[in-house]
Design a protein around this ligand. Structure first.
Ligand code: HMG
Ligand code: MG
Length: 297
């Protein structure tokens, strides 16, 4: 059984661009974001308040947030620490994404902290955000596999999800950071998380390194998931997950879902036009199935 509707959380402006070596002009990012919204996207990660030394592409985060927040849309920014939250509080943004991996080694590479130190640091920050009425999303990296540690046990992923549930987050975005999971693993983990964490919004975040993301999304839908992170044009990758390619392409997810009668509310033509805006600045080809055909026509 499939859901009637799914919600796409567009992560292109954040996950999609953070790994691009050449700086994408701020005005281009803004037009990309506004066109994505115009295509029907209602939830989006706009940018990250992370260290500009670690992720130079996100150095214009304050400017992006100031220009791109709109009513009727849930606009997230990522924040890794207290400094990131201070930057959030200087804006009108009301939705924050925090992030930690299940794998200790990944956390050391990505945020220079062990898993436990990261959680200890985030706990008071999440409490403060909730006290102030923010929507909080926790992104759980390396939920299936780690590029350094290999296979991750589902119980370890569940344990980390439970820590965030106890902190009172609104949403968990559970990620196959390196695009290594298969559909049976996706179905099993999301079935487990759905049954153990019934009160939380549960979102699946698949990278498409091995071209299994669409199959994983279908399997996750069958496990009851109706929220999916994806990136227009399939852009993206984490600078600290070597070998991982982009997120599953939003247009491919929308096409698959709509063909199966699952509504997304997203206009594929307008979505493709949003990709047209950013494509000249992207260093690798945009190779999603849907967009390739769009370009031919
Ligand atoms: P650190 O070097 O250990 O931090 O980095 P620090 O506290 O020692 O600070 C060093 C300097 O950075 C200081 O400046 C701080 O002020 C500054 P200095 O005194 O040297 O001039 N700084 C900041 N500046 C702006 N904003 C901030 C901030 N924090 C410190 N928030 C840190 C630790 C966490 C900051 C760093 O490791 C970092 O920024 N990491 C982020 C990495 C990242 O963005 N990764 C990608 C996002 S996660 C992802 O893609 C996975 C996901 O898609 C799901 C999946 O697919 O798995 C979500
Ligand atoms: Mg990601």
């Amino acid at each position: 059984k499939l859901p009637e509707n799914i919600t796409i959380i567009e992560v292109g402006p954040r996950d999609g661009l953070q790994n691009e070596k050449n700086f994408v002009p701020t005005e281009t990012k803004k037009e990309f974001i506004l066109r994505l919204k115009d295509s029907g996207i209602r939830e989006m990660e706009l940018t990250s308040f992370v260290s500009p030394k670690w992720v130079p592409q996100m150095q214009d985060a304050g400017d992006i947030v100031e220009s791109c927040l709109t009513s009727g849309s849930r606009d997230f920014v990522l924040a890794p620490n207290e400094r990131g939250l201070q930057r959030v509080y200087e804006t009108d943004c009301r939705a924050v994404a925090v992030f930690v991996g299940v794998s200790n080694t990944f956390n050391q590479k990505n945020i220079n902290k062990t898993t436990e130190d990261a959680l200890t640091g985030l706990e008071p920050l999440v409490t403060q955000l909730k006290d102030r009425g923010y929507f909080v999303r926790a992104c759980i990296s390396t939920a299936f596999y780690c590029p350094y540690e290999g296979k991750i046990a589902p119980e370890d992923t569940l344990a980390l999800c439970n820590r965030f549930a106890d902190m009172g987050v609104d949403e968990l975005s559970v990620a196959d950071t390196v695009g290594r999971a298969n559909p049976l693993e996706a179905h099993a983990l999301f079935t487990l998380l759905k049954s153990e964490l019934p009160g939380l919004l549960l979102t699946a975040h698949f990278h498409d390194t091995r071209k299994m993301a669409l199959a994983n999304i279908l399997a996750s839908m069958q496990a009851g998931v109706d929220r999916f992170d994806s990136s227009a044009g399939g852009l993206g990758g984490c600078p600290f997950a070597p070998g991982a390619t982009g997120n599953v392409a939003t247009e491919d997810v929308v096409f698959m879902a709509e063909e199966m009668g699952v509504k997304t509310g997203i206009d594929l033509e307008k979505l493709s036009q949003a990709i047209d805006v950013v494509k000249p600045f992207i260093s690798r080809p945009v190779e999603s199935g849907y967009y390739r055909l769009y370009e031919l026509n």
